[in-house]
Design a protein around this ligand. Structure first.
Ligand code: GDD
Ligand code: GTP
Length: 414
């Protein structure tokens, strides 16, 4: 039997995903029609041996209850949410709930960062791990550019055995282009290593020596486990070429949307309510005028109304929004219950990886550049925003419930 643990952080995390995370917690933000971490769950349940999925985070149980119920109904495995009493880091929550993970004595468990998206090759990862007799952790790794690699966990492997000899979390200078994808298989014995690290941290915390963790139970899986295991022949990395990306900024939601739509192409409804340029997801409850043209790479949520002559591409339209006659929406996210007026134009700029650089990932560009100006990115309309007729909105972010009265470009509208 196998299990999976998904780390989702809490309300203090994911600040770069604002304002999309103001109404919906980032792990539940819909990408290609499904909450971000439902894609993780789908990947796990595809593996018959995977019998239980534990979601660990510091969001309240209430915030997660509906989602967990829905998932439990949809997939026939045990899915539970475990709330940390305070953010305990990528390792602390896992260690705190170790008895829940160990219960039933699984052969191993997957550990997945909730803020990545990928064509998760879990079966291959599990087979790779199972072949290594002494492996405690196997990391899914991928190639990045030299320049971007330093924003990730970087590792060096031994050529023939693939054991990780050197691991540095977000190094200051170049270490390796092989990066940690935040997807792992762990044997239960990893909790012994965690116990040692935990003990050391406790000692440090109470003696006031060096470590300044926010909480004595705080542990980083990367610093306190992976770095300890490097060079001991207990840490391995499997390099993959599958599509993989982080979901940090709002712009990455559009990028992830495109790839998940492609991945789930076979599941898309064959009914075409209007002219559809694939790949497009339209929720069955959306009302779409037959003269609209939608796609490529668009997700339309539940209860959305799309009027005559509308053009939408490379965008996500969230539940119950309305796009009025002849409006255009491009590289944008239209929030829940937002309204785009007739003949209006809502347009953003894509922030895709550089197609001319092999292995390039998305740059998680900060909101503002060094001159204090907004960096061009996707346009976001927060929940309940009203864009009047015949206005243009370019590379702008509109916070929830604003009723605009004119056109804007490169602005945050508070
Ligand atoms: N439950 C819980 N509690 N989850 C947490 C906590 C916490 O206190 N802190 C972070 N997480 C979750 C986040 O929600 C996210 O899904 C994941 O753990 C990673 O956390 P970050 O702290 O944001 O790390 P990162 O994304 O910058 O870097 C990690 O992922 C990269 C790949 O995406 C590292 O593992 C890197 O080495 C790796 O390259
Ligand atoms: P996550 O998005 O879940 O990691 O949480 P967060 O948005 O609170 O970000 P985090 O605490 O990881 O980082 C705070 C700030 O540091 C971000 O807003 C960025 O400006 C910066 N930062 C962190 N990691 C990176 C990175 O990999 N690249 C760049 N350019 N900036 C980063």
């Amino acid at each position: 039997m196998l299990k999976a643990v998904i780390l989702i952080g809490g309300p203090q995390k994911g600040t770069r995903f604002r304002p999309l995370s103001l109404d919906t917690p980032k792990p539940l933000f819909p990408i290609a029609g499904f909450p971000l971490i439902q894609h993780h769950i789908e990947a796990c349940v595809k593996l018959e041996e995977c019998k239980e999925i534990l979601i660990i985070g510091s969001y309240t149980t209430n915030t997660m209850a509906q989602f967990v119920n829905d998932m439990q109904k949809e997939y026939h495995v045990i899915i539970r949410y475990l709330q940390e009493f305070t953010p305990l880091g990528t390792g602390g929550g896992l260690y705190h709930f170790r008895d829940q993970v160990r219960a039933g004595n699984p052969s191993a468990f997957f550990l997945l960062n909730g803020d990545v998206c990928a064509d998760f090759p879990l079966k291959e990862l599990w087979n790779f791990h199972a072949e290594k007799a002494n492996a405690l952790v196997t990391i899914m790794g991928t190639e990045a550019t030299r320049q971007q690699s330093v924003h990730y966990g970087c590792m060096v492997r031994e050529g023939s055995t693939k054991s990780v000899t050197h691991y540095v979390e977000k190094p200051n200078s170049y270490v390796s282009t092989l990066i940690n994808c935040g997807v792992y298989v762990c044997s239960l014995q990893v909790f012994h290593t965690m116990a040692d690290s935990f003990q050391k941290k406790q000692d440090g915390f109470y003696s006031g020596n060096g470590q300044t963790s926010p909480h004595p139970g705080y542990m980083s899986f990367e610093q306190d486990v992976l770095m300890q295991l490097a060079g001991t022949n207990k840490l391995y990395a499997m390099q993959v070429t599958n599509w993989w990306s982080q979901v940090k900024t709002a712009g990455s939601a559009i990028y992830a949307n495109r790839h998940y739509l492609e991945l789930h192409r076979d599941r898309m409804s064959k009914d075409k309510p209007c002219t559809i340029l694939p790949d497009v997801f339209v929720h069955p409850t959306a009302v779409v005028d037959s003269t609209a043209v939608i796609g490529p790479n668009v997700s339309i949520g539940a209860g959305v109304t799309i009027k005559a002559g509308v053009r939408i591409k490379e965008s996500i339209v969230l539940n119950n929004a309305t796009v009025h006659e002849h409006a255009l929406v491009m590289y944008s996210v239209v929030g829940q219950e937002a309204s785009v007026g007739e003949w209006s134009r809502v347009e953003g700029t894509p922030s895709d990886p550089d197609p001319n650089k092999p292995f390039a990932k998305m740059d998680n560009t900060p909101l503002f550049n060094t001159d204090g100006r907004l960096n061009p990115s996707i346009t976001i309309l927060g929940a309940g925003v009203v864009v009047p007729a015949e206005t243009i909105l370019l590379n702008s972010i509109v916070l929830p419930h604003k009723h605009l009265t004119r056109s804007f470009k490169h602005e945050i509208i508070l």
